[in-house]
Design a protein around this ligand. Sequence first.
Ligand code: NAD
Ligand code: WQD
Length: 338
Amino acid sequence: MHILVTGGTGYIGSHAVVELIREGHTVLVADNLVNSTEESLRRVAQIVGQPIPFVNVDLREREQVERMFQAQPKFDCCMHFAGLKAVGESVAQPLRYYENNLNSTIVLADVMGKHGCKNIIFSSSATVYGTPDHIPVTEDCPKGIISNPYGQTKSMIEQILTDVHTADPGWNVVLLRYFNPIGAHPSGLIGEDPTGTPNNLMPYITQVAVGKLKELGIFGNDYDTPDGTGVRDYIHVVDLAKGHVKALQALERNCGVAIYNLGTGRGYSVLELVNAFMKATGVNIPYSIKPRRPGDIAIYYSDPSKAKRELGWEAELGVEEMCADAWRWQENNPQGFQ
Ligand code: NAD
Ligand code: WQD
């Protein structure tokens, strides 16, 4: 298939490009580089042994998006990774988040429809469940109260794309709800490259490991969990990327709107992950216990069985690979892609 990968220079999109090329698809990556660099695609090219076509496009700019579609053979599908994604920043800059994430999706979907490309796979998030109704979280768990604008944009975009399908059943929409993507490509060439101090656990750990940060703060050890620290469903980014390739099957059988959790189904606490990292890498991670982080919940992990049943996808890599690969990337690239 010929696939438009928006946000394809970013963390997850770049890993998806690797898996798409490996499976024989052709891609065009579209990104405005607001949170990434083209260097990631030069690295992807090194991994797959061929150059990756790229256009610098801001998806909110209709003329740019139109031009991109006109210059290309018809896309069979769009994988829509592009968006701003920092939870804390979205609380501080709500308008920027709503404006960027919603407008880019609206322009993209409109131009796609006009050019007869009515298949989209969207990067949604488990955050749309809010405090989930039940654990493990299944896809029929109702959406919950979402405490930040970033998560709201995910939920709203799910609704917008669902409405697009309702208006025109020719559309197929796959909503992939990611749990906690971590890790990096085993080559050590691509990985997560956060700007500034990381907000998420694994990049914080790797930056402590490489000496950029002094110690990890663990946000709370008084949760109702086996060791008191928060439990999450960490998923290797390569498994996540493969889930996107498998999701193409849903489009091929005209799925309408289909929702899939992408997780492992296994929860790890913060302390378990820190210990797994030290074991997998031999690097010590100093930490101290800090107060709970506002908005965090105690436990959160997926029931990923629907993706296995319907797409034949399940996560294959465990927490050891997640830690070893995250560390290989960080150790080889202490300054990320710079
Ligand atoms: P990322 O920031 O590395 O990649 C997103 C890319 O989108 C960036 O390269 C950025 O430059 C681009 N972008 C943003 N606005 C754009 C615009 N208007 N036009 C063109 N490009 C634009 O983030 P990621 O971690 O790779 O996440 C990819 C997607 O997955 C995002 O939609 C994110 O919300 C979603 N997601 C991520 C996680 C996670 O933990 N990383 C979890 C759930 C969902
Ligand atoms: C994991 C655990 C923290 C940092 C976020 C988004 C979610 C999704 C994935 C996009 C929690 C603890 C963390 C630190 C810590 N993204 N922690 N010290 O919050 O589960 O999910 O990323 O859609 O929407 O909210 O991930 O990695 O921030 O935290 O103790 O320095 O690690 O309290 O228990 P989270 P995270």
